[in-house]
Design a protein around this ligand. Sequence first.
Ligand SMILES: [Zn+2]
Length: 307
Amino acid sequence: MRSLLICLLLAACAPQETLPVPLDADTFDAQRAWDDLLHQVELGPRPAGSPALEETRVWIASELELMGLTPVREDFQADTPFGAYQMANVYADFVTDQAPADEADILVLCAHFDTKTLNFRFVGANDGASGVAALLELARVITSQGPRPMTYRFLFLDGEESMRQTWVDPDNTYGSRHHVEQIAKRGDNLRVRACVVLDLVGDIDLQLTNETYSNSELLEIFFDAARKDGLGQHVDGPPIPIKDDHIPFLRISIPACDLIDFSYGENNEHWHMPSDLPKNCSRESLGVIGRIVLLGLPTVEQRFKSR
Ligand SMILES: [Zn+2]
């Protein structure tokens, strides 16, 4: 009896462990995401500064509006090796009901919508369109299921690709660097508790790379969720360090991870090649990435919300 009393007292004094608030992963509509991938491909190549890129941006904003969100256009001038380019990110916040809007913890989900400038017709079905397609459908699912413990920022990034053929800093990640500068300027950087990047997630043979710059706790949450859901063959790819839009977030100490399959076809043969086409991607892979993210997010909220 006495030991029972002690147990009860200990339980009462222990910090309250908040349970993850589940998301219904079954409502991710892979066909809808696939249609969004095809739509971007139909717009043609979408390099920095192009009319097709502006069309993509306007379309993303209108999709966010259809979800009841208020898209913000983040215009900026990028100084590139080829002179100044006008670029613009688009994002929308799905605000939590658990804190005042300007104080709430923020979880950023992002993808880049530009395609690389190349000297052949490059439509970026996987490198560009897949991340955007998955992110839009994730936003539809998340916003349809009621407020979350944290504010979600759906962030669509311009200028991820380097303007030169080769990736030489700082000629890359223009959009994410600009966004990170803005949040640091506003003092919001301390509220952004985690950032998850989606890139190259449409590969017909999807296996996420164990990207080694990523915050390992964050990456493991998604990989663990996948394994437990019978999707283990789609994670635990080879360990590779990849510079992507998560790097600017990591630089200002925001935990960030890159959900990326950096093995697109045999020996990455379709990456930045004319063969980055819908036929080398699949609706099923978009469904898999959507499911992995939705199954992992509740644990991300639980572990990364201010503690
Ligand atoms: Zn690329």
